[in-house]
Write a protein that binds this ligand. Structure first.
Ligand code: NAI
Length: 233
């Protein structure tokens, strides 16, 4: 099943500081998983962990962990392993999770509502501020206390409420025009679920999500009989 449409432009993947410019996106892509595991260890009262133990837990090699962390100065591994809370906080800072990000969702359908109802985003500092839809019948509906507004209010809302991130959960045919309006009104990042690549100016971050990619990967692994790809779970 191939569901990609017209490719308008490449995705902007840009990092902001000189220091971070040298770090590969592959490393950045692995940080959320470290963050997640360390958060669980921290919540479980674990204070220190060796790269070997972290490696066994996460099913990645200890040398991969050390290499990844060395990109950020190694996080001061001393004596027996890493200080879990320190490492968790430092990785959180690198990911920008020590700041709050206001986000809105465009498209109050099944996917938009599911994302709006997901409480854990707030735990990570992503604050659900608004929801918009082109269908007048959905306007006024509430998703976790947030009222669905008409599209006509979107631009003013974005500019007035310091919205950083827009989540696009609309079909691909409307997504490009909506993204343009969002960018014109100061949005800095788009979490794009619409199956279309967006043509955005430099400096605007776009993260495309295709859940079916993950499913297709699963299908491949079933076909080969190799089980799940443990490296990327
Ligand atoms: P849905 O049909 O339940 O919701 C779509 C909503 O978008 C509707 O409420 C509709 O009124 C609104 N809408 C349509 N065009 C609009 C526009 N130009 N401006 C404002 N609102 C508009 O669909 P569902 O299941 O929520 O999926 C939404 C989109 O996300 C679909 O196009 C689907 O292909 C895509 N999708 C992507 C996934 C991914 O992994 N990337 C996974 C699932 C869905």
């Amino acid at each position: 099943m191939i569901n990609e449409a017209v490719i308008y432009c490449h995705v902007q993947v840009e990092v902001t500081t000189l220091e971070e410019k040298e770090i590969s996106q592959a490393v950045i892509g692995r940080l959320p998983r470290y963050f997640r595991y360390l958060g669980e260890l921290k919540d479980g009262g674990v204070e220190r962990i060796s790269s070997q133990d972290l490696s066994e837990l996460m099913k990645v090699t200890a040398s991969q962990i050390r290499q990844d962390f060395n990109n950020f100065g190694g996080f001061g591994q001393q004596g027996y392993g890493y200080n879990v809370e320190y490492l968790y906080n430092e990785i959180g800072k690198i990911l920008g999770l020590d700041r709050r990000h206001n986000f809105i969702i465009i498209g109050a359908g099944n996917l938009g509502r599911a994302l709006g109802n997901y409480l854990n985003f707030e735990k990570r500092g992503f604050i659900f501020r608004g929801m918009f839809d082109g269908n007048p019948e959905l306007v006024g509906m509430e998703v976790r206390g947030v009222r669905v507004r008409p599209m006509e209010e979107m631009e003013e809302f974005v500019a007035a409420n310091r919205i950083d991130i827009a989540v696009l959960t609309i079909p691909k045919n409307g997504a490009v025009a909506v993204a343009e309006k969002l960018v014109q009104n100061g949005i800095r990042a788009i979490w794009n679920f619409a199956h279309v690549d967006l043509n955005v100016p430099e400096g605007i971050q776009v993260e495309n999500v295709h859940l079916s990619d993950s499913l297709m990967k699963l299908s491949y692994n079933i076909r080969r009989g190799t089980g799940t790809d443990r490296k990327n779970v």
